[in-house]
Ligand binder design. Structure first.
Ligand SMILES: [Zn+2]
Length: 157
């Protein structure tokens, strides 16, 4: 028997989907600080990028290191695969592997549409300044000449 009613369950699920993680919020703040307009979770794009601008053709995914299988990660301290729980090891390995495949497929499709795809890993938020510089460097190409006003302001000019 299902303890939680169907209605209640769908409410719970929608909360799970909609609530942004702290790392997503931190990255949104950085992008916002660059003076750029963006959309959150645009479902009309492959993989519903966490932050994107369809008109300027860039998409940014904020990936948790464990779930998305970050390689050479300092946080999960793994060179080739994330540190997996002892129980159900093969289940987690398969799950993470399929997440990685799905991520790669979405990136490929977006690139084929001419999008710049940026992956921000959870562990990269430890060096916020470096991340901000990287985002600025990558995204400025999508804002040629005068429209880069926001970015130039953000760099103190
Ligand atoms: Zn990582």
């Amino acid at each position: 028997m299902d303890i939680v009613s169907t209605k209640k369950r769908s409410q719970m699920m929608s909360v799970v989907r909609q609530r942004a993680t702290p790392i997503e919020i931190a990255v949104r703040r950085l992008v916002c600080g660059l003076g750029l307009h963006y959309r959150v979770n645009n479902r009309s794009l492959p993989g519903s990028p966490d932050i994107s601008n369809q008109y300027r053709r860039w998409a940014l995914f904020v990936n948790g290191c464990f779930w998305h299988g970050h390689k050479n990660c300092r946080k999960t301290a793994a060179r080739n695969s994330p540190h997996l729980p002892e129980a159900n090891r093969s289940f987690w390995a398969d799950k993470i592997q399929s997440n990685r495949r799905r991520d790669a497929r979405n990136c490929r499709i977006l690139r084929s549409y001419g999008f710049l795809v940026i992956i921000v890993w959870e562990c990269q938020l430890k060096c916020r300044d470096r991340l901000e510089q990287r985002l600025k460097r990558l995204l400025i190409r999508r804002y040629p000449s005068s429209s880069a006003g926001g970015l130039l302001e953000a760099s103190g000019r």
